[in-house]
Ligand binder design. Structure first.
Ligand SMILES: Nc1ncnc2c1ncn2[C@@H]1O[C@H](COP(=O)(O)OP(=O)(O)OP(=O)(O)O)[C@@H](O)[C@H]1O
Length: 331
């Protein structure tokens, strides 16, 4: 195969992928690029086709149409083991009979490294995930979080230009997830591979990814840098999926998005508060604004500014986004 010397290729370029299961279009014309050293989160609700995209990229599924390039090499027709991608899936099955070191060294060994070389790389990868001390353990002697990190080390040790992670934190409790999220970001920055991460968890995407690709019913509906997509969702559905609370229908196929940044507390009119509830971080209130009811999270200090059952606030009209309201469109 020929490659142009000096031309740099993205870690992944997927073009016009389609995958049907019977009449179901699980993946409908998905094109996606992951740069070298970039982390892209494929984010969407359960069943929207995220894993199928990842499986097509990994070679575990054959797309009906489309093309997959890894590091500039067309791998569309190649089996998974010939694609040189590192995989971490939900169940991250480790080989039970191999110790941690053997599990992590397995990839490099399969790619022809000597035992010493493979184990050297495995130790480096284990150090990256902070588990060098557990190299001699067997998988059943690990906690869920440790097994998760071994699976990551195993993918990293392959030295692949592209890592594919499917809900890598899904089996862990919330505390551990929160800790590993920041570990992951650091780890990805250090290994310099391209990372495609599948998740249905907005916080995970926000914490870990450079760019996010939002998927709905087999299609990508918005792709962009994480802060940009959160600040400027392309539609009401995307805004709602990303967790925006105040999306007010206008009745003409559009909706207004009043983000927290658009609300100035302590200025403007006194508005009636119709609901109030204590939360972990403060108080959630619903205030009746002429645009519609606004649900707001108030810190303890902001909540102290409540005047009886009224709250003074102003909505900065210039910061209110008008979006197509596609929430009721059948999936
Ligand atoms: N082998 C298969 N045969 C038939 N239908 C399938 C198969 N695999 C997936 N599907 C269907 O394709 C759609 C997309 O599934 P996929 O697993 O890609 O979704 P997902 O977004 O990853 O969901 P989750 O977050 O729940 O894992 C779903 O409706 C699913 O039921």
């Amino acid at each position: 195969m020929t490659q142009n010397v000096g031309v740099s290729f993205p870690a992944l370029r997927a073009e016009h992928l389609f995958k049907h299961y019977g009449l179901l279009r699980a993946v409908n014309d998905v094109s996606l690029t992951v740069g070298v050293g970039e982390t892209v989160a494929l984010l969407g609700p359960s069943g929207c086709g995220k894993s199928t995209v990842l499986r097509c990229v990994a070679g575990l599924e054959r797309p009906d149409e489309g093309r997959v390039e890894v590091g500039g090499r067309d791998v569309t027709a190649l089996p998974p083991e010939a694609r040189h991608v590192g995989l971490v899936f939900q169940d991250y099955a480790l080989f039970p009979h191999l110790r941690v070191l053997g599990n992590v060294a397995y990839g490099p060994r399969m790619r022809g490294a000597s035992r010493a070389e493979a184990e050297g790389r495995a130790r480096e990868a284990l150090a990256l995930v902070g588990l060098e001390d557990l190299a001699g353990r067997r998988p059943h002697e690990l906690s869920g979080g440790q097994a998760q990190r071994v699976a990551l080390a195993r993918a990293v040790a392959t030295g692949s230009p592209l890592l594919l992670l499917d809900e890598p934190l899904s089996n862990l409790d919330e505390q551990l997830r929160a800790r590993l999220r920041s570990d992951l970001r650091e780890l990805f920055q250090r290994v310099k591979a391209g990372v495609l991460l599948v998740t249905h968890d907005q916080r995970e995407a926000l914490a870990v990814a450079d760019r996010v690709a939002v998927m709905r019913s087999g299609r990508l509906v918005q792709v962009g840098e994480v802060p940009e997509v959160f600040a400027h969702p392309a539609s009401a559905w995307v805004a709602a999926f990303l967790g925006h609370a105040n999306i007010l229908p206008c009745g003409n196929g559009t909706a207004r998005l009043v983000s927290e940044e658009a609300v100035r507390l302590g200025e403007g009119d006194l508005l009636p508060v119709t609901a109030r509830q204590a939360t972990d971080t403060g108080t959630e209130v619903t205030a009746l604004h002429p645009l519609g009811p606004l649900t707001l999270h108030l810190s303890a200090r902001e909540a102290a500014g409540l005047e009886g059952d009224r709250l003074r606030l102003r909505v900065e009209e210039a910061r209110v986004l008008t979006l197509p309201d596609d929430r009721e469109v059948p999936a």
